[in-house]
Design a protein around this ligand. Sequence first.
Ligand SMILES: *Cc1c(COP(=O)(O)O)cnc(C)c1O
Length: 811
Amino acid sequence: MKIGAIAKIIDASILSKGVEVDIVDLSLDSRSAKGLPNELFIAISGPNHEGHDFISELSTKGIKNFIVERDISPIPDCNILKVESSVAAVQAIARTKRKAFTKEVIGITGSNGKTIVKEWLSTILSVRHDVIKSPKSYNSQIGVPLSIWPLSEKHDIGVFEAGISKPNEMAKLASVLSPSIGIFTNIGTAHDEFFDSEDQKISEKLKLFEKSKALIFRTEHTKVSAAINSSFTGEKVSWSTSPGSNSTAQVKITDHQNLEVYFRNNHYSFDSEFRDQASLENLIHSIICALYIGLTEAQIQKGISMINPIKMRLELKRGINNTYLIDDTYNNDLEGLNKALDFMDQQRQLTKRSIILSDFIQNKASLQFYHELNKLLLQKGIDKLIAIGPQLSANKEAFSLPTEFYKDTGSFLESFSQTQFQKELILIKGARQFAFERISMALADKGHKTVLEINLDAVTHNLNFYRSLLKPETKVMVVVKALAYGAGSSEISKLLEFHKVDYLAVAYADEGVMLRQDGVKLPIMVMNASQDDPYKLIEYDLEPEIYSLEQLEAFLKAYRFVNKVLPAHLILNTGMNRLGFNEGDIDALIQKIQNNPHIKIKSVFSHLAASEEKTHEGFTQEQVSLFREYANRIETALNHRPIRHILNSGGIVRHNAFQENMVRLGIGLHGIEVSDLHADKLQNTATLKTVISQVRTVKAGETIGYGRKGKAVNDMVIATIAIGYADGYLRYFGNGNAYVLVNGQRAKTVGNICMDMTMIDVTDLSVTVGDEVVIFGSNPTVSQLAEWGNTIPYEVLTNISGRVKRVFYSE
Ligand SMILES: *Cc1c(COP(=O)(O)O)cnc(C)c1O
């Protein structure tokens, strides 16, 4: 679409005019924008993000086309189109694209399973068709138009999901998507608060299908069926698993979980690996739709076998020779590769990047495709490609990037030497047939089986939650002391840098040095630098907290000596009585600063002693008024307004009015809401896991473990798990004070916790050696553990020792 045509479609006023180009890419997120001249950036004002703030940065990066909903100054050579609503504009563009497409478009809605049905159905249809589908869970007012944007006549069929959370949203999505065939998955309790009744929710969702010629649904969802039967005018394609229902399709799930389907007088049978009801329902929706479209039994069966029963997610784990691995050995399509490359982009600790890639199984690939692949990999800064499979080898000529070719996984492993990989980030991405798990096993850092898994999406979610409580202009400093509360400071800091927080804080200089060595560029405050060598701070561009005149003098000496300016953060003691200037020191402090050109006050701050506790609300307010009074005195005397901050996580939640112009977020980032007002708004970020090493029967009367503290009253089954107090599983959790989760079943600790191992009671549970054991995560939570151990979540998290491997992942 030409930019001129777009301007007409969205009825824009033109704030500045550049060249007429054919727009290829749409972007809404400044961080993932590519910076191309044929890219169109749509600025949206969101609760957590202000797109308009990035326009001049993006134009420098190379983007020349913008849609805005505010007045902004013209930029030479740029097309800037102003509209009333950017969201409505992107919908209008998508609507035009959709209208030009003449083949089938499948729309999926319902409370649960939309994304899964979309993914599975697309996989099945891709056996016969060139399918375009929504990426990830793009089903919102913006997600749907973005999904439709790439739609063109070279596709055979489109599969898109649509989701709503409030009344009156579906009509807009319907006008954009206008599905010819619909699937209504089911109805559940999501977003209930915005609807008066379940019936209202169903009839709102049904608006998606007002113009559809056919609609697929399950008879057992009686309210959905009734609504469709009374209001839907097209062909009703119902299916049921209850014998004798008069549905269009009858499905029988056999004892072996095979599916017998009777559809339009024909009988089909399919194998599936799925066991649970929800997955089977999603699969049957997909099968019925594929049958309706006319795929054969064999085609559908082939599609089912390509569905990955394990949830695909990306993990970052440590590999041999200081490498990091991103492991995705289940499927390989271009969208998945793009997602993995984006994930790779967020990991900045290693600059050398390699990819081990298999043939693309689901693509009808031409030489052109491989040229584009080569271009994509070069663009993403990939240094080395290891290409495995006959198709990649057959298209050798397309690769200008340094590439090694192998005909199959076995021949790569034969020639493999460990020293080939050093200090690099390696993406392992292969279709299932290539069994790339063998490669990832060869490259993985083998060690202790106990891991702390960090969900980076949950960290981002929590950051955004705290941001949503703040004014948009309030800066955020994230405290990443003690390895970011045990999570791993470099990885977390990289993520925070990606999300543009303003500052980091660490406790000691060495923690800051480590971040700098790992390439973190954000400004870093060091909270207790007193014993540190000031030259180290200078060398690594770290900014000390200054809390006493003696310390200030000592630091100034070093900075003066090398003729540098000391970037100081002044801490004022307002009642915590830990570090900081008392009221009586302030005049002397001001004088010292006034007489000294080698100091620059970056910020003035204080720390609350009990921000999270309601009972101490009065004390907190007193601390804040003292802080403001002292800070005003300093500012007036110096005629300079440094950043001010006093709130930590608990304070952000309870004392929002005191956000000043920066806050210091710590534990909240890790999903723990200490003031307990919004615990349900945060997501769990860390899961500590281990495995069962041995299972044994212990006879009644015997004892278990050191000091014979565990006693078998009756016969018991005991499992020994590979975690102990040296890993941070504190001795308080022994003797039944805590439970762990084995295959979803609770098992209490028995006897004393040992240094490296713990015994748990698995009597009557079904467990075997090697089973995964969750120590904490969603259940039990860190907060529960803290309670059992009579301590606080901070201590539980920061006790996880260095020998526990950290694994980072993103859904
Ligand atoms: C640790 C720390 C924080 C963060 O506190 P949370 O309660 O984890 O949010 C903030 N400021 C200072 C000075 C700290 O020492």
